[in-house]
Ligand binder design. Structure first.
Ligand code: T4K
Length: 374
């Protein structure tokens, strides 16, 4: 049996590189609470993402929850159900009501055509997702947000390092959240960050993630604890040095998939929009053949020890914990896409021979099916 191939595999520095990076922690014994590594990573990330303001978090999910709190939002937040549970959970756990917009069939980001019809007097924000690193219609979202005086918080969990027409994706909206989870293009083991426009928010956000403490004897906010610790930040410093190389290796894998699959009937491949420099974070394929389902391909690959993922099925508005809260056909395009899409393995060290093998299994299954041999 072949060695299992997972949907992704963490990018890591060499052990020696990490040991070098953490050595001084043994001397300083300062392990957390906005330490030296944390502060250095914050500066390096501001530079890499070309933003003025970065705040690091222990994970991306809490970064989303905290920014909703810092903005003191109330009522309804318009969002997308075609995402990881985290996006919707952050809204609900903050006491807000998610209102789901449907998605575009071509890039799976939030549709903007009908966005205005979802706005009510209760709407306080829009939370779109740059899903798979595909950039949302940021111009139209900004126009609508300004018209109705709404905050825009991008869930950019998948979009680290993406640029459009030379501009960093981290600069759109009032704030963006990046996930640095082990499965992401850039990781700090667990971790995340907020980038945000208003520099006055920096001290407030830093306080919120540290119990609301603003001085030796002052606690100005009812904050919590979501600080990135020094070992996470050290991993980030190492991984940031290597991230361009990792993205380049991902690009080769991504392009090998395209080479193998571009003439296959019955599937829709991901596309990178004009002007966008991608981070090649995911390779989602839409299985659109009437004869063969996404689930059959998923199971077939599993028989060969290849583990794909149905990112994102079920939709978040269909999750068990939200059952009976949202109507099933609320977002019909998202529903259809989530039943047909499959994320193929993609990580920097995935061998191109393995990509060929994965594609061969898919092609064989599709072709034999078209010939009615199965
Ligand atoms: N918003 C969006 C749109 C998101 O996608 C996410 C997270 C968030 C918000 C929240 O950000 P964080 O709070 O997580 O920073 C994974 C990740 O856990 C999750 O971070 C990610 N999205 C989601 C899309 O994928 P699972 O349940 O699929 O992960 P898991 O443990 O099954 O791992 C998938 C594969 O990755 C494994 O088969 C092997 C590989 N792997 C996994 C781990 C944990 C590694 O190579 N190393 C590892 O350490 O959710």
């Amino acid at each position: 049996m072949d060695i299992p191939i997972q949907v992704t595999r963490s990018s890591m520095p060499t052990l020696n590189e990490y040991i070098e990076e953490i050595k001084d922690l043994w001397e300083s014994r300062l392990l957390t609470n906005q330490g030296a590594k944390h502060n250095q990573l914050e500066v390096e990330l501001a530079d890499y993402l070309v933003v003025s303001n970065v705040a690091l978090f222990t994970n991306g999910h809490l970064a989303l929850e905290y920014i909703l709190e810092v903005f003191q939002l109330k009522g309804e937040v318009i969002t997308t159900p075609f995402t990881f549970a985290s996006t919707t959970h952050a809204i609900v756990r903050s006491g807000l009501t998610p209102v789901f917009a449907d998605i575009n069939p071509n890039d799976y980001t939030m549709q903007t055509d009908n966005l205005e019809s979802l706005i009510t007097e209760k709407t306080s924000a829009i939370m779109p997702v740059h899903v798979y690193g595909n950039i949302c219609n940021v111009k139209e979202i900004e126009r609508i947000a300004q018209k109705y005086n709404l905050k825009v918080i991008y869930d950019a969990a998948h979009a680290f390092g993406v640029t459009v027409n030379g501009e960093s994706i981290a600069n759109f909206g009032d704030a963006s959240m990046f996930s640095f989870h082990a499965t992401k293009v850039f990781n700090t083991i667990e971790g995340g960050a907020l980038t945000f426009k208003d520099s006055n928010l920096k001290n407030v956000i830093e306080a919120y993630k540290n119990f609301g403490i603003t001085g030796p004897e002052t606690v100005e906010y009812i904050g919590g604890n979501s600080k990135m610790n020094e070992f996470q930040a050290a991993m980030g410093l190492c991984n940031l040095r290597n991230v361009e190389r990792e993205i380049e290796k991902r690009r080769l894998v991504y392009e090998r998939y395209l080479e193998n699959l571009s003439d296959v009937v019955g599937i829709v491949l991901p596309r990178i929009a004009k002007g966008v420099i991608s981070n090649y974070s995911y390779f989602p394929v839409l299985f659109d053949s009437e004869k063969i389902s996404r689930d059959e391909i998923h199971h077939d690959l599993m028989k060969h020890n290849i583990y794909t993922r149905k990112y994102f099925y079920p939709l978040t508005n269909q999750l068990e914990c939200y059952q009976s809260k949202f109507a099933p056909n609320y977002t019909p395009i998202a529903q259809l896409i989530s039943e047909k899409i499959l994320t193929l393995p993609l990580y920097a060290d995935l061998h191109l021979d393995d990509v060929d093998r994965i594609c061969k299994i898919i092609k064989t299954k599709l072709v034999l099916n078209q010939l009615n041999i199965y």
